[in-house]
Design a protein around this ligand. Sequence first.
Ligand code: NQM
Length: 398
Amino acid sequence: MDVSTMIQPPDSTRPRLRGSQIAIPCWFMRGGTSRGPFFRADDLPRDPISRDAVLLAAMGSPDVRQIDGLGGGNPLTSKVGIVGLSERANADLEFQFAQLQPDSDLVDLTPNCGNMLAAVVPFALEAGLLAPHGDTTTARVLTLNTGLAAEIIVSTPVGDSGRYVEYSGDARIDGVPGMASPISINFLDTAGSVCSALLPTGNVRDRVELAGVGPVDVTCIDNGQPLVIIAASALGRTGYESAAALNADEELTSHLEPLRLTCGELMGLGDVTAKNYPKMTLVSPPRHGGAISTRSFIPHVCHDSIGVLAAVTAATACVLDGTVAREVATVARGTEITVSIEHPAGEFSVELGIDPDDPQHVTKSALLRTARLIMAGDVLVPRSTWLSSAVTSQEKQR
Ligand code: NQM
């Protein structure tokens, strides 16, 4: 067989039968410190049951090693991006983020992921959804999970065969080796992304009774990601332990989950047993010149670094008087400030805009991420997972 008939550009393909399996066009991308397959919305079944079955099969969940799929055995590598063009006046692209888990068959479409968000515009350019429009391409992305909007700027210089997405560069983010091209993300409206308000309990601080520990002060806050912020010292930890040590700390995790369930109710989120939020965030004074030190549980595993919107939310808590974070943080005052969030793999800088007339009001946030296309091709899933008529009708045409 002529090799030219075997190799097709992935963007010229659609989902199709391949023996007993279905081949679905897929772009495997790193977004920030997360990683996962991206799909064009039109390439997946519309029926949610079938779509979830396809995503579980693609990732190899449930299985702790995800040996039969693309997942990497960790929540940070069990993420999926689904992207389509938007018909809304204020958005170019719509991004549906799906959080899967290695060890469960849950496909959660309710949380945000600012790391995977960083890969949305590069993906849209690679997959032919968007055309680059200059040395940089700016697109407005609406995250369907919570209605979060962001303006994202990606480098798209001219190469030998036209404009391309530049992945190489001199930006560095802690938690990812090496350097890469910067991607700027400006969040347009993050307060109360999942909750009803930035401070969903109405307070900067609440006191919660925790069995076996006693009263514990928490800050319940959502500036893009619902967080419960607790002083590490309140749970008898320094907050400087490694992620691995905290994950092995069964006494700590046995306290965190009941606290999470109680705070979930206080935050108006109802029963959060099967939800990936609120995330539990232990804080302590900074040790490396930053504003605060964090250990973020997402929500049952300690993050190797910290999520993007979790960092934005923690940074916001650092500037609000009365919060548990403010008490241990070192932050400058001003209307345009950088808040450096220390985490197990380094630090994460968040730019915050503060209302000059109201220092308790954070007006905007911005940050820098990197992303990279790792693989483009097809992911294959068993035919039985796809129950919709799309592939069957394609089959009839052959
Ligand atoms: O908070 C981890 C990640 C995330 C989410 C998680 C994220 C965010 O690091 O915006 O990026 O909280 O599950 O990808």
